[in-house]
Design a protein around this ligand. Sequence first.
Ligand code: ATP
Ligand code: PNS
Ligand code: MG
Length: 192
Amino acid sequence: MIAIYPGSFDPITFGHVDIIERGCKLFDRVIVTIVRNPSKVPLFTVEERIEQILCSTKHLSNVEVDSFEGLTVNYAKMRQAKVLLRGLRVLTDFEMELQMAHTNKTLLGEIETVFLATSNAYSFLSSSVVKEIAKFGGSVDHLVPKHVALDIYKCYASRNPLASNPTPPDAALRTNYLSTQPPSETTPEPQE
Ligand SMILES: Nc1ncnc2c1ncn2[C@@H]1O[C@H](COP(=O)(O)OP(=O)(O)OP(=O)(O)O)[C@@H](O)[C@H]1O
Ligand SMILES: CC(C)(COP(=O)(O)O)[C@@H](O)C(=O)NCCC(=O)NCCS
Ligand SMILES: [Mg+2]
């Protein structure tokens, strides 16, 4: 059975990797797919995110990485997938995820959404949290795969050199320094 794991993955975190690894044990194939949303300004391009996901899942033999724009159920049908895989962290996820699952069911009755509960260690983890930490010069080494962390540091270094690749004990100093600084007015922030 094929499962689609749709999302923004901007960027992929250890929380996503955990869901993919567990999904791979349940399904013959997991297609991780970036849903392109023209009204959102992501931190990473679709191509960069595809590369990050490929690199983060190379230890898994039944993963495919893709992207699409449109309705997720149409994509699932095109890929002959009957399952949408999603993760649940907190109660607020549940409300939104349930609404999404019901909407998708009305669009395509044969599609089932399967939720995997977050692993305890990642219940707080989101791409937004990672970006917020990195933006203020904190280390995200424990939250995302190494190559993704490097991409993030590089990205924020080009916006603010003081936020680049923090290594203890400088990280704490940088964080303190940056938290007292007004945000730059020259570089637009991506929309979260
Ligand atoms: N730490 C995690 N544990 C379990 N599921 C997760 C985790 N992080 C994300 N997911 C799930 O992965 C799917 C795709 O999520 P998404 O790409 O929006 O990531 P996110 O971390 O929620 O990012 P953002 O902060 O931008 O919303 C969703 O079903 C989401 O619930
Ligand atoms: C992109 C996403 C999977 C949500 O992903 P996210 O958790 O990264 O915000 C969802 O918004 C989606 O499926 N969008 C495509 C449009 C669609 O199918 N809408 C109807 C279901 S809500
Ligand atoms: Mg999300």
